[in-house]
Design a protein around this ligand. Structure first.
Ligand SMILES: [Zn+2]
Ligand SMILES: [Zn+2]
Length: 104
């Protein structure tokens, strides 16, 4: 969102329970983007859903489950934080579905 008056980037600010977009020139917009938080949550849920669905086609490796002792687990990698962070490897026991992270 940019300021219609001077073209600068508008900064979100809290005004009581309302969120407004403010510009350094004094311009204030009440055109609130309240969907931001909801969007993030929805995206997270979708990611989980994808994993649940696709787990059966994931590659398997020999890895011992600390919970049930089974020796085969599904694995996948996921970018958990910012792009410059290394990918995190996740493992899920084929038998008991116990899921854990693998830190190299
Ligand atoms: Zn402005
Ligand atoms: Zn297990």
């Amino acid at each position: 969102m940019f300021c219609p008056k001077c073209g600068s980037l508008l900064l979100p600010k809290k005004e009581g329970s309302k969120k407004v977009l403010m510009c350094s020139c004094g311009y204030k917009s009440s055109n609130v983007e309240q969907t931001k938080i909801t969007e993030t949550v929805t995206k997270k849920e979708k990611d989980v859903e994808v994993i649940e669905k696709e787990v059966n086609v994931l590659p398997k490796i020999k890895e011992k489950c600390e919970k049930c002792g089974h020796d085969t687990a599904f694995y996948w990698t996921m970018q958990t934080r910012a792009g410059d962070e290394p990918e995190t490897k996740f493992l899920r026991c084929e038998k008991c579905k116990h899921t854990w992270r693998d830190y190299d």
